[in-house]
Design a protein around this ligand. Structure first.
Ligand SMILES: *[C@@H]1O[C@H](CO)[C@@H](O)[C@H](O)[C@H]1NC(C)=O
Ligand SMILES: *[C@@H]1O[C@H](CO)[C@@H](O)[C@H](O)[C@H]1NC(C)=O
Ligand SMILES: *[C@@H]1O[C@H](CO)[C@@H](O)[C@H](O)[C@H]1NC(C)=O
Ligand SMILES: [Fe+2]
Length: 404
């Protein structure tokens, strides 16, 4: 990925790349990227779909997924679920240049209303070499399954890297198309920036958490081989007092671990990583972000840490977009924008990716930070220090498309 300068031609270039990845029909001065327009409401894939198949063998690991495990990209968190019994927490891993090593993790379970999860394993493997292909095995002692991933190059200013972008994926036939388009894309994304709303289990009666399991099996074909960088969306909250479930993010936090402590965060909903030439800040639209809150204090410190000589790209991920001209979810990102936008301009964030609105939208570099109640200056203006805002919330979920 080339450094995005202030020229709009360059800004368009990356959008073209991302547009390919997303297979969206976008026309800009880079040309037409794809003619694909998805159909409305393709329907949830049935439980007996091929993509939901349970892998064969006694206590076989399923729902295998990886994400970055530290700030620099030298660690990977490997997660998987076993059903019959806990089994081993060990990950066996090696590269062509190293002998087989083992790492131990932990297992957890949770209940949600009348659902009981399988045994959810999380094991971090550390001290990996940059830019190296590693093989790994889980399910030791029962049914072993082998996967692989490639670590990112060492963090630095001139390091090319290709991210895929997916948001609001869900598990409809269209979700499967989105994932297939991503896999077949000639740009070959090396990691996915996922901007929230994973499985939409909460749209089923009692938030039936079986749909968390099916989603884990559906996405395994990508996320077992390359890290997906997680952001929380509203469909991860699972706040259901009517079911006696009052702790927000319960299924999500048990199933998807992120390296939040490595960036000094105190909660898994906001954190940062460096990867290649990018510094990526993940924020939570659904955790407190007002003044004096933990997320506020963390972000204030965090932005100061970014060294643009080391990571020229500064990318922010969040679920609810700050700028949205669709009627769907209109102004839902506004209160967070009011809190943090002056910082984004001060620290010259390159690009903000959001989901939530089931559509594509890209802004110019603009800001709206001058308003002080009495001056009347409340209209966004072009601002070369401000980020480009890109909404990509149309990954395939069964809710309606935003078209107005
Ligand atoms: C949970 O309860 C619902 C009804 O409230 C029922 O249909 C479902 O079968 C139950 N599931 C389990 C795993 O007991
Ligand atoms: C999902 O997509 C894959 C790859 O294109 C295909 O093999 C599979 O049959 C699809 N499954 C469903 C349920 O659409
Ligand atoms: C910023 O990064 C550059 C390049 O890696 C390095 O030389 C410099 O020392 C860093 N500056 C600070 C303040 O850490
Ligand atoms: Fe959403």
């Amino acid at each position: 990925m080339a450094k995005m300068g202030t020229s709009s031609r360059e800004a368009a270039a990356i959008v073209v790349m991302l547009g390919f990845v997303l297979s969206l029909a976008v026309v800009c001065n880079g040309g037409k990227t794809s003619s694909f327009v998805r159909k409305e409401k393709s329907g949830v894939m049935p439980l007996d779909s091929d993509v939901f198949k349970v892998p064969p063998g006694y206590n076989a690991p399923q729902q295998v997924h990886i994400t970055q495990g530290d700030q620099l990209g030298k660690a990977v968190i490997v997660s998987w679920v076993t059903v019959e019994e806990p089994g081993s927490n060990t990950v066996l891993y090696w590269s062509a240049y190293s002998k087989k090593q083992k790492s131990e993790g932990k297992v957890t379970t949770y209940k949600f209303y009348n659902y009981t999860s399988g045994y959810i394993h999380h094991t971090t493997i550390r001290n990996l070499k940059f830019n190296t292909k590693y093989y790994y095995v889980v399910g030791i002692g029962h049914t072993e399954r082998q996967f692989w991933f490639i670590t990112p190059p060492e963090v630095g200013p001139d390091v090319p890297y290709t991210f895929g972008l997916i948001g609001d994926l869900g598990q409809s036939f269209d979700s499967n198309k989105t994932l297939t388009h991503y896999e077949l894309n000639p740009q070959k994304g090396q990691a996915v920036l996922f901007v929230g709303d994973l499985c939409y289990a909460d749209t089923h009666p009692n938030h039936d958490n079986v749909w968390w399991d099916t989603w884990g099996r559906f996405t395994e074909r990508s996320v077992a081989y390359q890290p997906w960088i997680w952001t929380v969306g509203n469909h991860e909250i699972d706040f259901a007092p009517e079911l006696g479930e009052t702790k927000p993010f319960k299924p999500y936090t048990h199933r998807y671990h992120v390296p939040y402590k490595a960036s000094g965060s105190t909660a898994p909903f906001w954190y940062s990583i460096k990867r290649a030439s990018a510094y990526i800040i993940v924020l939570s639209s659904y955790s407190a972000y007002g003044k004096y809150t933990p997320q506020y204090f963390w972000l204030e410190q965090e932005l100061r840490k970014v060294n643009r000589s080391e990571t020229p790209w500064l990318i922010v991920l969040m679920h609810a977009p700050w700028y949205n001209s669709y009627n769907f979810h209109y102004l839902e990102g506004e209160t967070m924008r009011v809190m943090y936008e002056p910082w984004f301009v001060k620290y010259k964030v390159d690009v903000v990716f959001a989901g939530h609105v089931h559509a594509y939208e890209r802004s110019e570099r603009m800001s709206n930070v001058a308003y002080n109640i009495v001056n009347g200056i409340c209209i966004p203006v072009k601002d070369q220090s401000a980020p480009v805002y890109i909404t990509i919330g149309d990954g395939g979920n069964t809710e309606v498309l935003a078209t107005k």
